[in-house]
Design a binder for this molecule. Structure first.
Ligand SMILES: [Zn+2]
Length: 426
């Protein structure tokens, strides 16, 4: 849902010299925007790669809904809408686009269509490259870097301060383990990584709960989407796997699990279990601090691995989006804290001996139960899309052309032939 608002100066300045700004949205187009007459409604505002808690406000008799001037990056980091907008190069009186989904509102420049991967300007004025998931070309596993700046320039881990590189809408592409959090647990191929937020900037101690927002949410999204995360270890990270000095890129990991628990400080922290994706090049890590130059062969293999992961993700994402994460058999839509969850099922399985193709016509969007039932022969689909083994009919979107040959292959494979069909439908 897209509507438009305007950046307004409400008079006066903050102590940092910035003008006080709000965003006004005319009520005529705000009917679906979360707001309450005479009250405030909490919303999550996304600007660029960051998200903030704020609220909308409305008063009877006034024609606008306001977006609050005070925002929170987390419980103890207060900022202003003005600061966030100025950093993202918005101007006073500018028209802005608000895209929203429930209580999440994304604010973008209305003159450019924002989409994933489009080069965008950051406050420093340098263009920000497309987010790269998987290995960065030219920097194979065990490449080392003297500083965060070098890591950033290489594109292996772009932010120079944050431990997590990612956004809530695209997922996380890399993390740095640098000893910042007391709760990180590193056994080499498995890392239990502590999310960000809730720490005192001076003492570095955990002083409040962490929330599943920003980088934490991005990592949860990477889990859901199956995206690979680059792991970088710094020398300050207390682990036998850390480099002696500087930073070292230690390969691709997948996020296997995420959960909230009480950290050593007594406050809630978000934890992420990352498991190493087996490297294509079998070798031992070199002495700390050595840059490994991969042979042409090995780097190409890694590129292939990476692009396969991404391609799979795109196909499966497309089918899930088409059905809005609803199961085509039972229409169940599961809502997790990283967004809705569904599984993409291949009708004719991939790999030997089935050799089903990885194409859209061979995919279904299913809930986990029906995915298992389908893969283990508990249900099948008839040519007219009625479900064999359950009542009902497969929901099929007009833009989803299912190839009947795959459905027939699946039926044959599980013994749902003509006679079995007869038994089941009688
Ligand atoms: Zn289902």
């Amino acid at each position: 849902m897209n509507i438009y608002g305007v950046v307004r100066h409400t008079g006066g300045c903050y102590r940092d010299g910035l003008e006080r700004w709000e965003i006004y949205v005319g009520k005529s187009q705000a009917k679906d925007l979360p707001y309450k007459e005479g009250g405030r409604v909490q919303v999550l505002l996304a600007v660029g790669d960051e998200s903030y808690y704020g609220y909308t406000r409305a008063t009877k008799g006034y024609e606008n809904v306001w977006i609050s001037p005070i925002l929170y990056a987390d419980e103890n980091r207060r900022t202003t809408l003005a600061r966030v907008l100025v950093d993202a190069e918005f101007e006073r009186n500018q028209r802005v686009q608000l895209s929203f989904d429930g209580n999440q509102i994304r604010i973008t420049h209305s003159d450019v269509s924002h989409h994933v991967g489009q080069p965008k300007k950051v406050s420093g004025g340098s263009p920000m490259a497309e987010r790269v998931f998987g290995e960065v070309h030219g920097y194979p596993e065990w490449s080392s870097f003297a500083s965060r700046r070098e890591l950033s320039q290489a594109g292996v881990h772009t932010p120079t301060q944050a431990g997590i590189s990612g956004s809530q809408s695209e997922g996380a592409d890399s993390i740095v383990l640098s000893g910042g959090y007391e709760d990180d647990d590193d056994t080499g191929d498995t890392i239990v990584y502590t999310g960000h937020g809730g720490r005192d900037p001076v003492s570095g101690r955990q002083i409040t709960h962490q929330m599943l927002v920003r980088g934490n949410k991005a990592l949860a999204l990477s889990r859901k989407l199956g995206l690979p995360v680059r792991v970088v270890r710094g020398s300050a990270h207390a682990s036998p796997f850390s480099p002696r000095d500087g930073y070292r890129y230690d390969g691709l990991y997948r996020v296997e699990d995420h959960w909230k628990e009480q950290g050593q400080s007594g406050f809630d922290v978000w934890r992420f279990r990352l498991v190493k994706i087996p490297p294509q090049v079998a070798a031992n890590p070199p002495d700390n601090g050595t840059v490994v130059r991969a042979s042409v062969d090995s780097s190409r293999r890694t590129d292939l691995l990476t692009s396969r992961i991404i391609r799979d993700t795109q196909q499966t994402q497309r089918i899930k989006a088409l059905y809005d994460y609803r199961c085509q058999i039972c229409s169940l839509r599961l809502e997790g804290n990283a967004g809705p969850y569904a599984e993409a099922a291949h009708i004719r399985p991939l790999g030997k001996p089935h050799n089903g193709p990885d194409v859209f016509e061979n995919l279904l969007c299913l809930c986990p139960n029906h995915h298992v039932l389908f893969d283990y022969g508990g249900v099948a689909i008839a040519d007219d899309y009625s479900i064999i083994g359950e009542s009902g009919r497969l929901a099929v979107n007009p833009n989803h052309k299912i190839d009947l040959r795959f459905i027939r292959y699946h039926r044959e494979r599980y013994g749902f032939d003509a006679s079995a069909l007869q038994d089941l439908t009688n």
